[in-house]
Ligand binder design. Sequence first.
Ligand code: SF4
Length: 399
Amino acid sequence: MITHPPPLALYIHIPWCVRKCPYCDFNSHEQRGELPEREYVDALVADLEASLPDVWGRRLQSIFIGGGTPSLFKPSSIDHLITAIRTRIHVNAEAEITMEANPGTFEAQRFVGFREAGVNRLSIGVQSFDDEKLAALGRIHGGSEARAAVGAALETFGNVNVDLMYALPQQTPEQSAADVRDAIAFGVPHVSAYHLTLEPGTPFHRTPPAVPEEDVAADMQDALESAFAAGGYEHYETSAFAKAGFRSRHNLNYWTFGDYLGIGAGAHAKITLNGTIRREARLRQPQAYMRAALSGKPLLEAAAVAPAELPFEFMLNALRLIEGFPVALFAERTGLDILVVEPQMREAEALGLIARDHEWVRPTAKGRRFLNTLLERFLPGERAPRPSIPIASARRPRG
Ligand code: SF4
């Protein structure tokens, strides 16, 4: 039984993009005509209101507006949304409020408006500064727009994340290193660097482009980790690098198995209520979601997480952290004694995948490299129920 609910965050999904990128498996839909901004914000607010009884008296410590491409919305819509949230639930004075933005010129002109609306951290989906690679990824922006957007974001927000991807179609190690060098040269305080994966259901999965071999991709990863270390960044999570004081508080809440409300088309939530954990998934199709949310029924499904599933869910998040987690956090967040995973921990330790003492558990360098092998040890047994609602972890850099 969980005695104290963990910190609470809010994720908001805005599901439209100018064009669907061929590698993207997110719930994003091509914009056709004018976006129904007002109706969608009304739906988000109705969705939040329906969730409030589950989080009564709790405060938001962070908000993340993701997508899709949220920067397609006007600053006035974002302002309306953030104001509506603040009037319905207590938002900590120091709360991190992140919004994702596309690096198009059009969006960059709106950055000041987003800042004035209350956004205090911008996450830009750069992916690469190389025109050829951006074209291969089907991105709608080029390298010069990416540079201009990063410059404008740093000027307006200071607290900026840049998403990069590596192991891109026909990318050489030198080209990957050049992207990393550019990001470091800008002095962006946070970078998320993600291996391009060919996700089922995407055009890249159906017709795979020529991507670097795994050992070349692994060398790219080693090189970028060294470059960020030399540039004064701390590698604190599998894909995340931050200057001191700029770790993503919203994502850290996922990785430490905190709670989050999730509103918007296809959004997921994890809420601790009366000592147990409940997961929710919302309708994915934007029009159906809006209709449902406005009539007070935005959920596609909701279910309590069985105790047998909790060790895997906890480890899936916490073992992404380079420093690992304090032993006491496991019981605090799952309500289970750490001894329930002692056989798996002993095995992982014997294989050199984790190191631990009585206070702390951390993945070793080998455990980080073979993270899936490490996590598999914590999967529920054959007879345990499988999770019906996908487990959300921190957002992967895609948008
Ligand atoms: S990668 Fe980003 S911009 Fe491209 S379709 Fe997906 S969410 Fe939209």
